[in-house]
Design a protein around this ligand. Structure first.
Ligand SMILES: [Zn+2]
Length: 124
């Protein structure tokens, strides 16, 4: 691991921590924000899990997550533009050995306006 990678991944305790950190880096680099959805154990090993994230503006996932929502909350969230981008991020991490190279699969089929962090953009 290079020095900058060690700094970026230092202090991470679990596979979920590593996956969250990578999703954060992908957001910083690509401008697309990925939201954690679920994790699944790998067929190959009990300690290996695949963490799935979806693009915060992926309209398929945004619609699904709104089904049981309070309509007032839903209206607030609809301000964010959504796209049929099919954006997913899958990160495979070995919980027992976080130093191992991990597998990262990013799917994003459509470029769209980037996710804007409202609290940051106020200060610009
Ligand atoms: Zn997207």
């Amino acid at each position: 691991m290079g020095e900058s990678a060690a700094a970026a991944f230092g202090g991470l305790q679990t596979g979920k921590d590593v996956a969250d950190r990578i999703a954060q880096l992908v957001w910083e680099i690509s401008g697309y924000r990925f939201i954690y959805k679920l994790s699944k154990p790998s067929a190959a090993s009990d300690s290996v899990r695949m963490y799935s994230f979806y693009c915060a503006q992926n309209e398929d996932e945004v619609k699904k997550s709104q089904v049981n929502d309070d309509p007032r909350k839903r209206r607030a969230r609809m301000k964010m533009s959504c796209f049929p981008c099919k954006g997913y991020l899958h990160i495979t991490v070995d919980d027992e050995n976080l130093e191992l190279p991990l597998r990262l699969k990013l799917k994003h089929h459509l470029s769209h306006l980037h996710y804007v962090n409202i609290s940051i953009s106020k200060n610009i």
